[in-house]
Ligand binder design. Structure first.
Ligand SMILES: [Zn+2]
Length: 70
């Protein structure tokens, strides 16, 4: 059996799962968005420096991915 485990990292500030880069977060957001038929946004966490997913549209459109169309 596999002995390794994926470390369950959590952001100390938000308690969310951190993604190391925008691409990884974007991929996951897209996957979850389709799965749950919702829209997820990504943003860079000012505390841990990683990317997180959020259901709330960010105030700044800087990190907003194009998700307007259906
Ligand atoms: Zn964070």
């Amino acid at each position: 059996m596999p002995a390794y485990r994926k470390p369950k990292l959590r952001c100390h500030a938000t308690g969310k799962r951190p993604f190391p880069d925008e691409l990884a977060a974007s991929c996951m957001a897209d996957s979850i968005s389709r799965k749950h038929k919702t829209t997820l946004y990504i943003y860079k966490c000012p505390w841990c420096g990683n990317w997180h997913l959020t259901k709330r549209p960010p105030k700044s459109s800087a990190t907003l991915k194009e998700s307007y169309g259906r």
